[in-house]
Ligand binder design. Structure first.
Ligand SMILES: Nc1nc2c(ncn2[C@@H]2O[C@H](COP(=O)(O)OP(=O)(O)OP(=O)(O)O)[C@@H](O)[C@H]2O)c(=O)[nH]1
Ligand SMILES: [Mg+2]
Length: 381
């Protein structure tokens, strides 16, 4: 645990917005005296005379607000107010009036814990599904332990073992990043093939406008959803074709940009319309990870993709109209997005900064076999 230096800081450590309780944490050499000055306890005795970890009810004199104060350490207190911004902000104002500096919850936490614990806890607060929260919750304790183990290995001059462990952690960086950052799935294709209809079918509501006029979608339409518990941003794009319409041309340019940034690109075709040579050209240009042959209700018994240009690409047949193949499509996307998961003892970075620190340590180990220990440990701090 880091020992905090002399300073007077306060922070709301619960999330902003509505909640049952808002907690303001206070630290510093002025903390005790300020709490005693501002808090009226039921028997009038100063709160700081209490023991470590004691909890007491009181009234915050300047606001008349009922609250509960707990003593976390000689210079560290927590003030539990009514939820919402008003009560906690009033407490923070009376603290800043008395010389405290308001800091973010992360800055406050980093005074007491190391970077690895704080940044992983912060990532946990950003989890969007219970599945990703489970992975992150395990890392809150295991990642700092693993970092300590690597520090110990370096101190014992076991550099090769440390490098192997760093390498193994970094091999899961992309998985770790996507525990909080949704993967991007882009649907592209020629106009009118049913891209927006498929987005709506997967989202479960009418997110995008659907129409039988080709060129309906212009802007990129994004929809957040969870596929097999993994956070995903689904992007519906403008149908790609040669066009003189300047607005459509912009939409098509945006569609191509989205394809270049996607984690998974899905090319949608209308089985009843597609000409094989055109489709092959389109596939060669967009290089999809998955092909969807939509509108099978119009042409149920055949499809035009039994050629060499597509046989290596996974294909799902759908009909939005008759609700066929949508579940299979969702399952195939999930399987393609996350083909492997780490075992329970594997640790890995979950933020860009964590990745950077591990990578720099490994690079240093590989490029400077005689690097000084302090130099290596600095990178892991
Ligand atoms: N028969 C049938 N019609 C469908 C199916 N899926 C979509 N459609 C219809 O096809 C038309 C075009 O659908 P959209 O979802 O707007 O197509 P899009 O690919 O988004 O079109 P653009 O935005 O113009 O690129 C609409 O009339 C839909 O109702 C399907 O599986 N079967
Ligand atoms: Mg559309």
């Amino acid at each position: 645990m880091n020992s905090p230096t002399s300073c007077n800081i306060c922070s709301q450590i619960t999330p902003t917005g509505r909640g049952a309780v808002a907690v303001v944490s206070v630290f510093g050499e002025l903390a005790g005296a300020t709490i005693d000055e501002c808090l009226l306890t039921p028997n009038g005795a100063p709160f700081t005379s209490r023991r470590h970890q004691d909890v007491a009810y009181g009234i915050w004199k300047s606001t008349g607000e009922d609250l509960v104060v707990s003593k976390r350490g000689e210079q560290h207190f927590e003030i539990h107010c009514h939820g919402g911004a008003t009560a906690s902000q009033a407490v923070i104002h009376s603290l800043t009036d008395r010389g405290f500096t308001e800091v973010s919850a992360t800055e406050f936490a980093i005074k007491f814990q190391d970077f690895w614990s704080v940044s992983t806890q912060l990532a946990l607060t950003q989890a969007q599904t219970s599945k990703t929260a489970c992975y992150l919750l395990r890392l809150v304790t295991q990642l700092p332990k693993q970092i300590q183990q690597i520090r110990d290995l370096l101190a014992a001059d076991e550099r090769e073992i440390a490098a192997t462990q760093l390498q193994s952690m970094l091999s899961w960086s992309d998985f770790g990043k996507h525990l909080t950052t949704p993967r991007i799935v882009v649907l592209c294709g020629q106009p009118n093939v049913g891209k927006s209809s498929l987005v709506n079918a997967m989202a479960g509501f009418q997110r995008a406008i659907v129409h039988d006029i080709p060129g309906t979608t212009r802007d990129v339409v994004s929809q957040a959803l969870a596929i097999d518990g993994w956070p995903v941003t689904l992007k519906d794009t403008a149908g790609i074709r040669d066009s003189d319409n300047p607005i459509e041309v912009q939409g098509i340019a945006q569609a191509k940009e989205q394809i270049s940034k996607a984690d998974l690109t899905i090319c949608v075709f209308d089985v009843s319309e597609t000409q094989q040579p055109e489709s092959a050209k389109f596939i060669a240009e967009t290089k999809p990870d998955l092909i969807v042959l939509n509108k099978t209700d119009l042409l149920p018994s055949s499809h035009p993709f039994n050629d060499e240009s597509t046989h290596l690409i996974a294909t799902v047949k759908t009909s939005v109209k008759t609700n066929v193949g949508i579940r299979e499509l969702i399952e195939t996307i999930g399987a393609q997005l996350v083909s492997a998961t780490p075992n329970n003892s594997q640790t890995y970075p979950v933020t860009e900064e964590q990745h950077k620190r591990l990578k720099e340590t490994l690079d240093c180990l590989n490029s400077e076999p005689a690097a000084k220990l302090a130099h290596l440990l600095n990178r892991l701090n």
